[in-house]
Write a protein that binds this ligand. Structure first.
Ligand SMILES: [Mg+2]
Length: 263
């Protein structure tokens, strides 16, 4: 057993799932967090792809379950630190993440706009969620099948393009600049707290978690059972832990395995 100095968990699909009632597992997770905190002084970050505008909503959602992470990381890389019960922005870091993304996107703006126009015509009733976001392509389709078709099409169109990545969450598909990843956010926080990768545990399930699960920033990455095949392959390659249980039950299983604490 080695100390867990820093724990980074994804939110949607990892701590939270609309399909299952996870109350008992959530209470167990909370208990393990308290134990980690008193044993190792563990800092905890929830790292999500949700937009910055959802910060208050997410903080409330967590607080209602008695959970107060030390950090909330929004849009994969924009950091907010809890201080006196509120979350304040790492504004310079967050500004530089945004600036890098705008720069990357600029090179592909014409191509992305053409794809967006074409997709909106082909799939009537699709909602455009990209307004005011640093990405031009973020759509919510009427059904998951359409979203999956467009996801596959975009993956082919942008194969080999390192500056852009394709991400699907249920009926939503987005095409976003790669600058500012979850892995970068973990590295930034680890450097600030002053801990090496051996003290870091990262847990996730989706495409945008790969940068913090590939072993580069954390020595102990883990995937919950409902993770995508690519995520599972990444964690396996990094020598991390593959939970047998999904979502927060998988998180609990992971923490019990890494700490050696049985029930
Ligand atoms: Mg997820």
């Amino acid at each position: 057993m080695t100390d867990i100095k820093f724990l980074a968990t994804d939110f949607d699909g990892t701590l939270s799932s609309p399909q299952t009632d996870n109350l008992a597992a959530m209470l167990e997770f909370r208990h393990l967090l308290f134990r980690c905190r008193s044993s190792f002084q563990t800092r905890w970050a929830v790292i999500t792809g949700r937009h910055v505008e959802c910060l208050e909503e997410l903080a409330t959602e967590l607080a209602m379950q008695g959970l107060c992470p030390d950090y909330l990381v929004m849009e994969d890389a924009c950091i907010f630190k809890r201080h006196s019960g509120r979350y304040s922005s790492y504004w310079w870091w967050n500004f530089t993440v945004g600036r890098r993304r705008v720069k990357q996107l600029a090179a592909y703006r014409g191509r992305v706009q053409a794809l967006l126009d074409e997709t909106l015509v082909r799939y009537p009733g699709t909602e455009n969620l990209a307004e005011r976001r640093i990405m031009d392509f973020w759509l919510r389709f009427r059904n998951e099948a359409d979203a999956a078709v467009v996801e596959q099409y975009l993956l082919k169109e942008f194969a080999g393009v390192r500056e852009m990545f394709v991400f699907r969450w249920g009926r939503e598909v987005c095409l976003a600049p790669t600058a500012g990843t979850k892995g970068e956010a973990v590295q930034k926080l680890a450097a600030e707290i002053g801990i090496g990768r051996e003290g870091i545990v990262t847990i996730g399930d989706g495409q945008n978690d790969i940068s913090m699960l590939d072993g580069s920033c954390a020595s102990r990455p883990a995937a919950v059972a409902n993770a995508t095949p690519e995520v599972i392959a990444t964690v396996k390659r990094a020598g991390g832990y593959l939970a047998e249980k999904p979502c927060v039950q998988g998180v609990v299983e992971t923490l019990r395995t890494f700490t050696g604490w049985s029930r």
